[in-house]
Design a protein around this ligand. Structure first.
Ligand code: FES
Length: 577
């Protein structure tokens, strides 16, 4: 496509740093020449900031160091000047207590990196869970043209000829090990076989869900999110993104021209059709609020009832992201559900979603089903409310045993994660498969950072008896690679005095997923008595980022953004003195 130039070189943002005939610009230019560049490298050209979340400890992004060079190749090809800006990597397996504590940190970092440097357009390189929403939230708030480059999923895992999926099979075989069905040797082999290449988790976890959502929103090139990280299509996509970023600057194709209510509805529909991670709900709400679009949990439930799950991918289905790519990827899935999407939305490619999916076909019909032959007729995600979760909670019914979708049982309440870890495997724990495990203080402030504790372990004595699922309720999140009847994101959280704080062991809890109801069957008088006796836990942090986080973080139903980062109030361009 030929770019439609809407601005002159003098109107580029970077011109203020590099183009003027004054002492400051002399200083900026001389410092670029220090690298060996010359005027021909930048004069009259859009400067593209490549915000790269590569790091030595994030194998999901292990290839992004090299792929930044592919992006640069594309930027040069299109007549731009690339500048790579490293940003916090947020390696999901390593960052403690939870990467969610730092998503907003990355969002701030991305926004301010772009604002404080002579950048005209951005390429955002990420993929591991929180990096996608963090980068996109920052780019939305900054408001310059930006294109997202997904890291892509890793290859399938392998153990003795068995396919292994990230996370999902780790939980599965860990339970087998706890139940004594596999030994240390097998476990060690699984450890070496489950992550075979760079790239994100290759199940439909949070990473794959968020990469697909970014594409469905129109923020990534068509087809980009499904390409496995080691595939040679991936560096080609990176170069194309670099080229396109330059064109987007000339076209002034800013995020606000791409992101509207219809684009977010498209993204939620795709999320549901994929059977995507529950975590995505928090991130999509946060991104929408940054874009000035009112979106609440009710909208997810509404769409969930309209859209069947058609992607047969773990943990809701049986295949992995590599299979999804061979089956045609996200373009093919969106083509299957085209009647449910607003195809007039535009993408970073500068064309409509209709153009983006034109000609795509499903090659493996058992991996991507049709709307007429879905995996589940409705509802990847159910949003429940009731006296236990007045501001909602979520569940993934497709990943739960059916008997638990309408259930009444006695609570076993754990006050916090350590309490749960001490108690859950005790041989004398009075627990049956009908009990409801409740975990408190796992929310945004209580965790802190809303860790992925929501898939509470099945008590060992029940595991040994063959029990594989139980109803579990918490204000925490759950890894998108997890499964089970886990009710998550209870809002308001217990740490701030939400009703979950008042649950005691022995209370009866009722859940009816079809009716979207969750109920703590305790009299109102008794709940008032407990509330009067409740004391807020002490704060986690005396100072530092954690203290700022605790003071400003929102609840799950609000997207867990910082209050001072929300909104669209314009921030002045930096003075250049
Ligand atoms: Fe990075 Fe799962 S650990 S995507």
């Amino acid at each position: 496509m030929t770019s439609r130039k809407t601005k002159s070189p003098e109107e580029l943002r970077s011109y203020r740093w590099l183009g003027r005939n004054d002492l400051r610009s002399f200083g900026h230019r001389s410092r670029l020449r220090q690298f060996g560049y010359d005027r021909a490298d930048w004069d009259g050209k859009p400067v593209i900031g490549i915000v790269n979340t590569w790091s030595d400890i994030n194998a999901c992004h292990g290839h992004l160091r090299d792929r930044a060079d592919d992006v640069k190749r594309g930027v040069y090809q299109a007549g731009g000047f690339p500048i790579e800006l490293p940003a916090m990597s947020l390696a999901e397996p390593f960052v403690k207590p939870s990467t969610m504590l730092y998503r907003n940190f990355l969002a701030m970092e991305c926004e301010e990196l772009l604002r404080s440097h002579p950048i005209d357009g951005a390429v955002l390189m990420g993929g591991c869970d929180k990096t996608t929403p963090g980068l996109i939230m920052g780019a939305i708030s900054m408001g310059i043209p930006a294109i997202y480059v997904p890291a892509g999923p890793m290859l399938r895992g392998n153990w003795r000829g068995n396919v292994l999926g990230s996370g999902s099979d780790a939980w599965k075989y860990w339970d087998e090990k706890r139940a004594g069905r596999i030994g240390d040797d097998e476990w060690n082999e699984i450890e070496g076989g489950i992550s075979r290449s760079f790239g994100t988790c290759m199940v439909m976890g949070t990473a794959a869900t968020m990469m697909a959502i970014a594409e469905a929103l129109g923020l990534a090139l068509p087809g980009a999110s499904s390409i496995p990280a080691p595939d040679s299509n991936h560096p080609r996509m990176c170069a194309a993104a670099g080229r396109r970023a330059v064109e987007m600057v000339w076209e002034d194709l800013t995020p606000d021209k791409i992101l509207n209510a219809a684009a977010f509805d498209n993204a939620i529909r795709v999320h549901m059709a994929l059977g995507g991670s529950t975590n995505a709900i928090i991130h999509v709400i946060a991104m929408a609020r940054r874009a000035g679009i009112a979106l609440d949990m009710a909208r997810f439930d509404e769409i969930s009832r309209q859209v069947p799950v058609i992607a047969n991918i773990t943990p809701s289905g049986k295949y992995l992201m590599e299979d999804f790519f061979y089956a045609g990827g996200l373009r093919a899935l969106m083509a299957q559900m085209a009647d449910l999407l607003d195809l007039s939305c535009i993408t970073v490619a500068g064309r409509t979603l209709a153009d983006a999916i034109a000609g795509s076909k499903v090659h493996l019909p058992d991996v991507i089903h049709s709307l007429k032959d879905p995996l589940y007729p409705e509802g990847a995600t159910a949003v429940l409310t009731g006296n236990l979760a007045p501001r909602c909670c979520v569940m993934k019914p497709a990943a739960a045993e059916k008997r638990l979708l309408r259930h009444r049982g006695k609570a076993i309440a754990f006050e916090n994660y350590d309490h749960m870890a001490r108690e859950v495997d005790r041989d004398d724990l009075d627990v049956t498969p009908d009990h409801v495990l409740v975990l408190k203080n796992g929310g945004p402030k209580g965790g802190p950072g809303m860790p992925e504790w929501g898939q509470l372990p099945i008590p060992k004595k029940l595991l040994k008896a063959g029990v594989r699922d139980m109803l579990r309720i918490s204000d925490a999140r759950m890894s998108g690679t997890s499964y089970g009847a886990c009710i998550l994101h209870v809002a308001p959280e217990s740490f701030v005095g939400g009703p979950l704080a008042l649950v005691q062991s022995g209370d009866e809890i009722e859940v009816d997923v079809a009716a979207r109801r969750i109920h703590l069957d305790v009299s109102a008088e008794e709940l008032v008595r407990r509330r009067n006796a409740w004391k807020p836990p002490p704060p986690h942090y005396p100072r530092g980022y954690g203290a700022m986080f605790s003071a400003h973080i929102g609840q799950a139903d609000e997207g867990c953004d910082f209050d001072f980062l929300e909104g669209q109030a314009a921030i002045p361009e930096p003075e250049i003195h």
